[in-house]
Design a protein around this ligand. Structure first.
Ligand SMILES: Nc1nc2c(ncn2[C@@H]2O[C@H](COP(=O)(O)OP(=O)(O)O)[C@@H](O)[C@H]2O)c(=O)[nH]1
Ligand SMILES: [Mg+2]
Length: 358
């Protein structure tokens, strides 16, 4: 099944030892059938040649698969590209992919040299020795690049845990302190089964909900542990991982709880709002007052004065939610995020050109 996260589509990558073992088992099954009428030395030659060819073919297939099924970095959505840089390191990844791929011509060389020797040899012991020498050399080549294979395996594991997103589909990202009602909102609007994913530096699960508004598929992302506390409490790498959301969020739904039943003073919620706005200056942001059902009128009035233009909802029973979703859609401008993405890709190629000049 095709997954939305490009890293989740990479097939299993084997370690060096696994590839050696796998190719060995396959190769011993090769070349066992041959006519008794052929002289023994020729029979051995055919068998040894096909075993070596099979061993070499299997190893190359596994290496090729590992590299070619990796997403093309140039084509990655900036959301994934940014996170690849933060979590894995693009240069390191490119180096590992290159090193693994570069084994292939060397394997061809080793294989061809030994096949030549086997074709010329007249003694069947020597043919066997040649075959096993070739396999030995290929195995040590693989072992010498085993760190690179492990790196690719780890990188795939890390990256494929990220949420899968439909690249050009309107995306709403929820923000706000814990317990203000983000999950409740996502649950109440999501028509399809929400998907569970991981996001770096939070142990809690990110939920991607799906819904249709005016026949348009929309995704809504619940981000526990991400946009729910002051940025000053984050280290730099965490902040960068959070900043990657700017390529995803066509609109940010900033949820507040004027009842303060969530346990956070309203003033602190205003501070967080300011920080999130500062962090995402280009993404439209809507302020939402949730839990207006349990907010005392005096408190609600005070909240309205401090944060005018907030949308008032009761996520718990869906009051005002449909209206909110339509308002949010009106703020979504697919083109402008596209521009942001294009600008990012443009910057990236300029940086690359600059670094090549110097
Ligand atoms: N009274 C009331 N409670 C709500 C409302 N929305 C959410 N809650 C409750 O607030 C608590 C926290 O909600 P949750 O969605 O888990 O918050 P999150 O941490 O922001 O995802 C839960 O007990 C919800 O049932 C609402 O509109 N009214
Ligand atoms: Mg939640």
């Amino acid at each position: 099944m095709h997954k939305l996260n490009p890293y989740a589509n990479i097939p299993t990558i084997m370690t060096a030892e696994e590839i050696i073992e796998f190719a060995h088992v396959r190769s011993t099954k090769a070349g066992t059938k041959s006519s008794k009428r052929i002289p023994k030395v020729e029979r051995v030659r055919l068998r040894e040649i096909s075993r070596l060819k099979e061993f070499s073919r299997q190893v190359k297939t596994k290496l090729k698969e590992a590299v070619e099924k990796y997403p093309t970095l140039e084509k990655l959505h900036p959301f994934y590209l940014e996170l690849t840089e933060i979590l894995v390191g693009i240069d390191k990844l490119k180096m590992a992919l290159g090193a693994v791929y570069n084994c292939i011509p060397v394997i061809n060389q080793i294989t061809n040299n030994h096949l030549e020797a086997m074709k010329l040899s007249e003694a069947h012991k020597q043919m066997k020795r040649s075959r096993s020498a070739a396999k030995g050399r290929i195995a040590s080549l693989l072992r010498s690049t085993s760190d690179n294979l492990e790196f690719l395996i780890e990188a795939k594991k890390t990256m494929s845990r990220l949420p899968g997103i439909i690249p050009n589909s309107p995306t709403m990202v929820c923000a706000g302190f814990p317990n203000v009602g983000k999950s409740t909102l996502v649950r109440v609007v999501s028509t399809a089964e929400p998907e569970v994913a991981y996001y770096p530096f939070t142990t809690r699960k990110v939920i991607v909900g799906h819904l249709k508004i005016n026949n348009q598929s929309v995704q809504i992302v619940d981000t526990p542990g991400i946009l729910d506390r002051p940025m000053s409490q984050r280290n730099e790498i965490e902040q960068e991982a959070i900043a990657a959301l700017k390529y995803l969020a066509h609109v940010i739904l900033f949820m507040m709880d004027p009842s303060e039943a969530c346990g956070w003073p309203f003033e602190e919620q205003i501070n967080l709002h300011r920080e999130v706005k500062r962090m995402f200056p280009l993404n439209p942001l809507l302020v939402i007052f949730n839990k207006v059902d349990i907010t005392p009128p005096e408190q609600l009035r005070a909240a309205r004065e401090k944060m005018p233009n907030a949308y008032e909802i009761v996520a718990l029973d869906g009051t005002g939610v449909e209206n909110l979703m339509h308002e949010a859609m009106d703020h979504i401008d697919l083109e402008s995020l596209d521009d942001l993405v294009r600008e990012y890709v443009g910057d990236l190629s300029r940086q690359r050109a600059d670094s090549m000049d110097s």
